[in-house]
Write a protein that binds this ligand. Structure first.
Ligand code: PSU
Ligand code: MN
Length: 312
């Protein structure tokens, strides 16, 4: 439970704090995607477009990061620009990193896991991103499993994403989520999307066809004290999707290059994303931007329906 000691580390922008207090819809957004997921200046432009998309669909955006050791819920333009420009120089902050960045009064761009933690502290229960971390290919040996998966099992924040990227082992990621009790919902789809592509071929646990249906499932889960979030997967719109075979070949090449260079741990995802963008001549970046916008819209719609349920 959130207590006073926790809140002392938090800076929530007034507009966001008022909305949370009044039970109005708020959507959290992460910042690793800005610093480590996309190049400057596209990253900052996208972050602003994503915030606007949330507003256009009836919710207040809350981009989350750690700055000067403060857990920031809502960033101003200068702070967004700073994170975007700093890129890989900012610490990629997951659950384990938060206390050290806070203690050192440092800066950190928050991953899905860290963004969920800070969202929950602030009282926000839904968040939109592009892709989550998962079990990496070869994870059965390397044990490289993102902390995002554990977080989804214990923190009450639901995450809208475009599925699981095939830089990861999609099947094992889904098995892991099942084991820790995280439901995978497909929005208007029977199959888990694979980020750049609309389907991975793996079935979702539950297909839901409206934001209201998703909001009702979230509310039941939270009300029942079944801690953890719902993973809401939303396929990239057809017109921006990539041909699965083509992107698969690019991903395989990127993983080989990563192994050649001996890149491991938290550097893997940023390396692969950059490499894939480079190899597709920026096409993958365009897909990435479009799918994040699509997720921001769905998250705002779900948040709006959730708030209507709560205020009934
Ligand atoms: N996948 C993307 N873009 C991203 C990330 C994942 O398509 O920017 C980021 C997210 O912040 C995610 C993190 O939480 O990478 C996962 O990193 P790791 O596997 O080291 O936990
Ligand atoms: Mn990892």
């Amino acid at each position: 439970m959130v207590n006073k000691n926790m809140k002392q580390y938090l800076d929530v922008l007034p507009e966001i704090a008022e909305s949370i207090d009044a039970g109005r819809p708020v959507v959290a957004l992460e910042s690793t995607i800005i610093s480590h997921g996309m190049p400057y200046p596209k990253n900052v432009e996208t972050a602003k477009e994503v915030e606007q998309m949330v507003r256009d669909h009836g919710a207040i955006p809350a981009t989350i990061a750690i700055l000067g050791g403060r857990l920031k819920v809502g960033l101003n333009d200068g702070e967004l620009e700073y994170l975007g420009k700093s890129g890989l120089d900012v610490i990629k902050a997951s659950r384990r990193d938060i206390p050290f960045i806070v203690a050192n009064k440092g800066d950190g761009a928050t991953t899905v896991a860290a963004t969920m933690i800070i969202s929950a502290l602030a009282g926000i229960n839904i968040f939109a991103t592009g892709g989550i971390g998962g079990v990496h290919r070869g994870g059965e040996l390397s044990m490289d499993i993102s902390a995002d998966l554990q977080e989804l099992s214990k923190t009450n924040v639901s995450v809208v994403c475009a599925g699981i990227k095939s830089i990861l082992d999609i099947g094992r990621t889904l098995e892991y989520l099942e084991t820790v009790g995280v439901p995978v919902v497909g929005y208007k789809t029977d199959y888990v999307p694979a980020f750049y592509a609309r389907s991975s071929g793996f079935k979702v646990d539950y297909r839901l066809d409206s934001p209201g249906d998703i909001a009702r499932a979230m509310k039941a889960k939270y009300d029942l004290g079944l801690e953890g979030g719902v993973l809401i997967t939303n396929p990239v719109p057809e017109e921006f999707a990539q041909a699965p075979e083509k992107i698969e070949a690019t991903i395989n090449e990127a993983i080989k290059e990563m192994d050649r260079r001996g890149i491991t741990g938290k550097e893997t995802t940023p390396f692969l994303l950059a490499r894939i963008a480079e190899q597709t001549g920026g096409e993958s970046l365009e897909t990435n931007i479009k799918l994040v916008l699509n997720n921001a819209r769905l998250a705002a719609e779900v948040a709006a329906d959730y708030s209507r349920l709560e205020n009934k």
